[in-house]
Design a protein. Structure first.
Length: 443
């Protein structure tokens, strides 16, 4: 658990943001591998009562829904039922626009933000049939891949791809594929009838909250229809950090959490993966997660996958403090003051004979690299790296060929070149020579 001083600082931080943002109610929690380290409810779930939000109150988590839908798309890819290079029209006959699945997942398809019409003015959203029928009238406001451009319409169409391939409505597929396996019993399309927070708008010139409506997103649902609780979202962050292979291959989650597009072109602190925002914190950590905004509800859920530490911030106001910055501050605060205890060093049991001649210092492009064995597998690291940076890893294909499995050269081959007497002479890594002595390219 956290030190009392850290818990006190967390509460002061939440209270400060609730007061400055004039949010009727906030529930904030910090969890690690799904276990709650700290949580607090400040304010009220319903104006006129004194009941603060709890971990069992549903909030509309809105666009956090996109991370769930993206997970189903990648599940279908892993099952061989679609490819990320597919066009959506391959699975949605009649769709006019030439949209690649990968581009839509990362919001670089160039498709306009919302469905055709004034759904966010009338609060009357199209059903799935109308959404598909009218999608041809939507604009491509940017060229594919030109820049990041958020599109609810794109994710609504992805939900329909899931429904077509899975043979049931997207929400039923979500329940069977993700919610039930992860035990997310209070995550639902819209409120489930249990305890919940009521949403409000607090205008700039007075302090009387105005109740907000609860829209029915209908065909736009895959872009943001879910409601959830802090308890369920804690379990979700544990899945994001370390997926259950029975639900999603951990390598696929790694793929989803790699940057595909730069969101913040000024500071470079925010990027987009496949269904997840990636945020570089002031503390230098890379968090994966999403935000959500609906009338009267704004949320932020972000996870430091390296430590499994996450923040869940739920607010019942239309214009609260930035949910990303709020969640990021809580994660950094905890990891700076109360980081998880490091594992004890554990000895290995063997050094494979084929790897022994490779151990020690090598030079590539004039720079040093140290090859070591940990738990029977080869690793590489630069001596200039900080101790906190993970080594790059390899898997052996045969005695003279290895595949890089992590790091900047992931996927590239490391080949062993032998002298006539069978001893190791040099290595070739990603096409570059590695030698025991620093050499110029021409030597």
């Amino acid at each position: 658990m956290l030190r009392d001083s850290t818990s006190a600082l967390l509460r002061r931080t939440v209270l400060g943001r609730q007061r400055s943002g004039r949010v009727p109610g906030v529930h904030a929690s910090v969890v690690r591998h799904g276990e709650v380290l700290w949580q607090a409810g400040v304010g009220t779930v319903e104006v006129g009562t004194e009941r603060p939000p709890t971990a069992d109150d549903q909030f509309l988590v809105a666009s956090n829904t996109k991370s769930f839908v993206a997970t189903m798309v990648l599940q279908l890819r892993d099952e061989g039922r679609l490819d990320l290079e597919d066009r959506l029209a391959d699975h949605l006959p009649g769709l006019v626009h030439d949209l690649r699945v990968r581009d839509v997942l990362a919001h670089v398809s160039g498709l306009q933000r919302e469905p055709v019409g004034d759904a966010w003015v009338s609060l009357e959203h199209p059903d799935a049939a109308r959404l598909l029928r009218e999608s041809g009238e939507a604009e491509r406001v940017l060229r594919p891949g030109e820049a990041w451009h958020y599109s609810n319409l794109g994710y609504a169409l992805l939900g329909q791809v899931v429904a077509r391939l899975d043979g049931r409505p997207w929400q039923d597929a979500l329940a069977a594929r993700v919610l039930e396996p992860l035990g997310l019993t209070r995550t639902s399309v819209g409120f489930d009838g249990g305890p919940r927070a009521h949403g409000y708008y607090v205008g700039p010139w007075h302090d009387v909250p105005v109740p907000e409506p609860v829209p029915d997103l209908r065909g736009t649902g895959p872009a943001g229809a879910l409601a959830s609780t802090a308890t369920d979202l804690a379990r979700w962050t544990a899945f994001v950090a370390a997926p259950d292979p029975a639900v999603l291959d951990p390598r696929t989650m790694d793929e989803m959490c790699r940057p595909r597009a730069l969101v913040d072109t000024d500071g470079g602190e925010r990027a987009m993966g496949l269904g997840f925002f990636l945020v570089r914190t002031p503390g230098g950590r890379l968090l994966a997660g999403h935000t959500g905004g609906m009338p009267g509800h704004v949320t932020g859920v972000f996870t430091d996958r390296a430590t499994g530490t996450a923040a869940v911030v739920l607010m019942n106001a239309s214009t609260p403090p930035d949910p990303t910055a709020f969640a990021v501050e809580l994660v950094d605060l905890v990891l700076d003051r109360d980081p998880p205890e490091e594992e004890a060093w554990r000895p290995g049991t063997e050094v494979p004979d084929a790897l022994r001649p490779l151990l020690g210092r090598w030079y590539a492009e004039g720079a040093p690299w140290d090859l070591t064995v940990r738990r029977g597998a080869l690793e590489a690291r630069s001596p200039a790296w900080p101790a906190s940076r993970e080594s790059w890893t390899f898997e052996a294909l045969d005695d003279d060929t290895l595949r890089t499995t992590s790091g900047g050269e992931r996927g590239e081959l490391l080949r062993v070149l032998r002298r006539e007497d069978g001893t190791v002479g040099t290595l070739r890594w990603a096409g570059y020579r590695m030698s025991r002595e620093p050499l110029a390219f021409g030597e």
